[in-house]
Design a protein. Structure first.
Length: 350
């Protein structure tokens, strides 16, 4: 099993905290500034407080071996262009004292150096349950604006981001690990998820990668990466997984960890309705919504197995695999065929 860098034990998070503290000296912060670990997922995220200025910021310390420095710079290029060109609220990148957007900080204990990025602190909270459908409609609108921008934008020379196709997600690369190594994947669960894997591979191949359905996407637009403040459109954070994939994958990512929720058809309707206020959603693509939801779900089974230090992975564990098997059986039995997705989507795809 391939274990995520920040889940490897041996005091890795203590060393990363030391890297974070060392990184602060590279920015225009006072010597009294502090860095508090607030999240571990693909990377380690720290809340930075500078008591002398009263300002807050977000420091991201990157895991090893996931992105090159060029790829991280490319991520920053796109999120900055979205803010400038499309008006999508994304966090500004705060440069180091030397003007660099990314800084390389040695491990104080002699380990490999890590790349760090400092972002502005954006106000707002994750969308709450009480306004979930309204939040998904706004999210659909914002997502369409991001996709519209991606279709027309030419990245700068050297722009490079990875793909989220089948091979990268579940196949030869299995970027988040193998689903076979997920929590509780054995016996009947392994058989059910194996049949799901085969079905997804075939259906994704048929979906194709034409420019109307495949391009630059955020790839992790789950609720935890949205910030809502008042009536303003949601802010979008954490572009670390952005890359090339199916546009509908952004809807699937929005449903991460709640794919089994009884309100999912309602949320799909809301997202689709919001999206179509900005850009068309190809009919054939809408029919594939549940394929992308199950694609993401199987990737998350793998992610939980390879990220044991992440809070979500510890909380969900084998129960997520069990629920995934139940959804997989329904998907394979055709319960999520286009006519069953939702009334609104069915009307629009005829």
């Amino acid at each position: 099993m391939r274990i995520h860098d920040l889940s490897a034990g041996d005091g890795v998070l203590s060393r990363v905290a030391e890297v974070a503290r060392a990184a602060l000296a590279r920015y225009r912060l006072s010597p009294a500034a502090t860095a508090e670990l607030i999240n571990v997922s693909e990377n380690a995220t720290f809340l930075v407080r500078d008591p002398r200025s009263g300002e807050r910021a977000i420091l991201r310390v990157h895991r090893l071996g996931y992105h090159s420095r060029a790829a991280i710079e490319s991520e920053l290029d796109w999120l900055s262009a979205l803010r400038r060109d499309e008006g999508v609220t994304t966090p500004r990148v705060l440069p180091a004292a030397d003007g660099s957007r990314t800084v390389i900080v040695p491990d104080p204990r002699g380990g490999p150096a890590r790349t760090c990025v400092l972002f502005e602190f954006l106000p707002g909270d994750e969308p709450g349950e009480e306004r979930l459908a309204a939040g998904f409609e706004r999210l659909g609108e914002v997502t369409a604006r991001m996709h519209r921008h991606a279709r027309g934008w030419r990245g700068p020379a050297g722009f490079t981001r990875f793909h989220w196709d089948y091979d990268a997600a579940l196949g030869r690369e299995a970027r988040w690990g193998r689903w076979q190594d997920g929590a509780g994947v054995r016996g009947e669960a392994r058989d059910v998820l194996g049949r799901l894997d085969a079905a997804l591979r075939a259906r994704l191949a048929r979906a194709g990668t034409g420019p109307d359905r495949y391009g630059l996407i955020h790839a992790d637009l789950r609720l935890a990466n949205l910030l809502v403040a008042g009536d303003a459109p949601p802010s979008v954070i954490d572009f670390d997984d952005c890359g090339y994939g199916w546009y509908l994958y952004d809807l699937a990512a929005a449903l991460s960890f709640i794919e089994h929720h009884p309100r999912v058809p309602e949320l799909i309707d809301a997202w689709t309705r919001g999206y179509r206020t900005v850009a068309p959603l190809p009919d054939a693509g809408a029919a594939d919504i549940w394929t992308f939801i199950m694609f993401r779900r199987l990737m998350l089974v793998a992610w939980i197995g390879s990220h044991p230090a992440a809070g979500a992975a510890r909380e969900l564990g084998a129960g997520y695999t069990e629920q995934s098997c139940a959804l997989a059986e329904r998907y394979l039995a055709g319960e999520f065929a286009p006519r069953a997705v939702s009334r609104a989507v069915t009307r629009e795809i005829g």
